[in-house]
Design a protein around this ligand. Structure first.
Ligand code: SF4
Length: 441
């Protein structure tokens, strides 16, 4: 495959910056902590190609140069527009060229940090060496001390991982699929344990050994919907990455079919599925929902319903027969109510030490979203109706454009299936939340 070196550095940035958009950064959406790049929002047209705004965890927005070192890749990942399947002109930087280009944009204050990725043009260690040389030039020749998010190539040796750890601010290896079984469906060349989990373990060990509260953190990305993996498969992997290895973030990129790849005809994953996974991630990581608590959110196939917010669904399941008393419920119960986040729950707990809470206005002043919470919260002058109608009203105020999944066979509903649209079983919270055929009409 021909690597095109004749274009100037800015033309390469235009191309290789565009090709890097399949990788997510570390930006966050204020409401759901969803990375905006995961939704492939168009780049701000006033910014040069390859430069993206990213909201960092501290809330500040920074401009990052997001670029691939090269889009030449020998690998055969069936979902990837950079895989060897795709016949198109490829580009590649030289080490000094990329380092110099970055510093030019940095000195003009066009960018404040770098996100550097690459296709695997030679071997994992071979291409990793190029990335490390680039970052080494920035750190040691140009004395750049800012943010560098460095992709570690799948299959990088422990020595390469250690060098990346010493130079990067943030490291990531794209896991892409939750298990070896799923990975095998889309790649004949990658081994899940050897190429992904072992380097991740090596990064984790370095973070542990360091013991200095180092700023280097590990994140990863999964492609959602390319290999028939369920949301529950993804959840199990996500729980391991956060719980066992202390990952900073896991990102979910909805699959998009790329021309000429084996998955060209495979349907695109709805954005809403990735959104539901971010909500699940948030419930697990920030709200502390356990695996047992989250189980009712999945249908029998292991998928989250697209048409319902999982927190609302779980609250309807957990609090179907009880009212959450604002003045006595524990913090852990309060934050499980839709419309009550950790900040509002903490304010409620503080406020009620001084006096009883007795109005929606008080709760709203503390950050509670009343229209979401009113079917669940109670206080002396207000008791929510323990009725299906109340929950139905709540749902109808928050319609989503997602299609309701097809109703499974009636027998599947007998055990309280969370994907059933029958709406006829009075005891099932899922049925209560869906409009009947007459109401829908
Ligand atoms: S190794 Fe990375 S760049 Fe290469 S085909 Fe696979 S996902 Fe694409």
């Amino acid at each position: 495959m021909l690597i095109q070196n004749s274009p100037d550095a800015y033309e390469k940035l235009r191309h290789l910056g565009g090709m890097a958009t399949d990788d997510v950064l570390a930006p966050t959406d204020i409401k759901f902590n969803v990375p905006r790049e995961a939704y492939s929002q168009p780049r701000n047209r006033t910014m040069p190609a390859g430069v993206y705004k990213a909201a960092m965890p501290n809330g500040k927005t920074v401009s990052l140069m997001r670029v691939m070192f090269t889009d030449v890749c020998k690998y055969d990942c069936a979902y990837c527009p950079n895989s060897h399947w795709v016949p198109r002109k490829r580009y590649g930087f030289k080490v000094d060229e990329l380092a110099k280009l970055f510093m030019e944009l940095y000195q003009r204050q066009t960018v404040a940090g770098l996100f550097l990725s690459s296709g695997i043009a030679s071997t994992p260690d071979g291409i990793m060496e190029k990335l490390l040389d680039t970052v080494d030039a920035l750190r040691n020749r140009y004395r750049f001390k800012g943010y560098i998010h460095l992709k570690v190539m799948p299959g990088t040796s422990p020595a390469g991982v250690e060098a990346a750890y010493r130079l990067g601010t943030r490291l990531s290896i794209n896991l892409e699929l939750p298990t070896q079984e799923h990975l095998a469906k889309v790649s004949t060349m990658k081994d899940f344990n050897k190429h992904m989990l072992e380097p991740m373990q090596a990064i984790h060990n370095l973070i542990q050994e360091d013991g200095k509260g180092t700023a280097v953190g590990q994140v990863t990305q999964l492609v959602v919907g390319a290999a028939e993996e369920s949301d529950q498969d993804i959840y199990h992997r996500m729980a391991q990455l956060y719980g066992q290895w202390g990952f900073k973030r896991v990102y979910y990129q909805p699959f998009r079919p790329a021309r000429y790849t084996p998955l060209e005809e495979h349907p695109a994953t709805p954005m809403l599925r990735a959104h539901r996974l971010y909500q699940l991630d948030w419930l697990s990581r920030i709200y502390g929902y356990t695996e047992t608590e989250l189980a009712p959110a999945f249908d029998q196939g292991g998928f989250l319903p697209l048409d319902l917010d999982p927190k609302l669904l779980l609250a309807a399941y957990a609090y179907r027969d009880e009212v959450v008393d604002v003045n006595h419920a524990e913090y852990q119960h309060l934050i499980r109510v839709p419309g009550v986040g950790p900040t509002a729950a903490k304010r409620i707990v503080e406020q009620r030490k001084r006096h009883s809470i007795n109005t929606w206005r008080d709760l709203q002043a503390m950050g509670v979203v009343a229209k979401r919470a009113r079917a669940f919260l109670g206080f002396p002058s207000y008791k929510p109706e323990k009725s299906a109608q109340m929950k139905l009203d709540l749902f109808q105020e928050h319609p989503t454009p997602a299609p309701v999944p097809a109703a499974p066979a009636a027998t599947a509903h007998a055990g309280g299936c969370s994907s059933c649209a029958t709406a006829a079983c009075g005891s099932c919270p899922i049925a209560m939340l869906r409009p009947t055929a007459a109401q829908a009409a």
